[in-house]
Design a protein. Structure first.
Length: 350
């Protein structure tokens, strides 16, 4: 057996078929649990690590927002909300992992079921609702984070916090995580927390980011700040984002979060409607997220992390060609498996 294909083979022939007959949320936790267990098994674990090892050359390294990344491929927030699998994800070869979205207090999120596969579309719909163990639990784990792995902190507000006090929640997370992460992602674009997207309006968003930046500038170490935006913004709203980046001095934008659109899906309309509300990610949002990346790059000179429908070499290349400095995957992990980093780098010539 070729050791280079061992991890992909195990996932494609054994883990994914089993996972895809399970509830998606349960499958997520059990698959990662099995992966972690497998890494500890003698011989099997060694083969697994060897097959997933990413040997990106020196020419693959990039400096973005003052941080040096060994290559461009990272994992988006939502996959490892509480930082439970940073060691496993580092083994998969990710240059950086974004934990969260984290809120000051632990919260259970929305009622289950809340995660759904669209197999024919290679997508997911989720309405998780910022389920997480809270700030203090995450800080405890980050104190033992793997060396060499760049970690970003994606921050949000608790569901019970009204928008007029949202900046308090964001600042609490920002202050708490500041010593423990390498950069921040400010999430105001999830469709699954009531009223959250209203914070994308220029006035409240400017006030929020200026408050975070005031704390940031007062620290001995400056942490880059990225704004995570929705793919559903109009051109006028995107123009506001470009101006806002300049006004607040944040380092860049993550484009994009999930979409509320359901256009162009292969899944029958009745089945889509039966799933209900939630954000759509994966291949269905690939084109629109790339459009947003390209629009922002043409109008602004700031760092851009491209995410949406990235699952292989061509889709990663598309984001970089559109102007993304870094690329994140999320839903692609479910469909491609643990070899996704190597697959994406192949499209970048690394």
């Amino acid at each position: 057996m070729n050791a280079e294909s061992f991890g992909d083979l195990i996932y494609r022939r054994f883990l994914r078929p089993i996972a895809f007959v399970m509830d998606p949320e349960k499958a997520h936790y059990r698959t990662m649990g099995l992966f972690g267990f497998g890494l500890k098994v003698p011989v099997f674990g060694a083969l697994l690590k060897k097959s997933l090892h990413v040997a990106a050359g020196e020419d693959a390294a990039v400096e973005v927002a003052g941080l040096k990344f060994p290559h461009r491929i990272g994992l988006a927030a939502g996959f490892d909300k509480d930082g439970k699998w940073l060691s496993e994800l580092s083994t998969m070869g990710f240059a950086f992992v974004e934990v969260g979205t984290i809120t000051p207090k632990a919260q259970p999120g929305n009622p289950k079921p809340r995660l759904f596969r669209l197999k024919d579309d290679r997508g997911l719909i989720n309405r998780m609702g910022f389920n997480n163990g809270g700030l203090e639990e995450l800080i405890g784990r980050l104190k033992n984070r793997p060396k060499g792995l760049i970690v970003g902190g994606n921050i949000g507000r608790n569901k019970v916090t009204p928008n007029d006090r949202a900046s308090d929640d964001y600042l609490t997370c920002f202050e708490g995580l500041h010593p423990h992460v390498d950069y921040f992602a400010v999430n105001v674009s999830s469709p699954n927390t009531p009223g959250l997207r209203e914070l994308q309006d220029r006035a409240p968003l400017t006030a929020l980011l200026n408050r975070l930046q005031a704390f940031n500038r007062a620290q001995d170490i400056h942490r880059p700040v990225f704004l995570k935006i929705a793919p559903d913004l109009s051109d006028a709203q995107l123009d506001d984002i470009v101006g806002l980046v300049a006004d607040t001095g944040i380092e860049g934008v993550i484009a994009t979060n999930t979409t509320i659109s359901r256009e162009g899906l292969q899944m029958p309309d009745a089945d889509v409607q039966a799933i209900g509300a939630g954000g759509l990610s994966g291949a269905p949002v690939r084109s629109r997220s790339t459009e947003v990346v390209r629009y922002l790059r043409q109008r602004g000179d700031f760092a851009i992390i491209g995410v949406g429908g990235v699952e292989d070499g061509p889709s990663a290349r598309e984001k970089v060609d559109a102007g993304a400095d870094l690329v994140q995957v999320y839903s692609g992990m479910i469909y491609t498996g643990p070899g996704i980093v190597r697959a994406c780098l192949s499209g970048l010539g690394n």
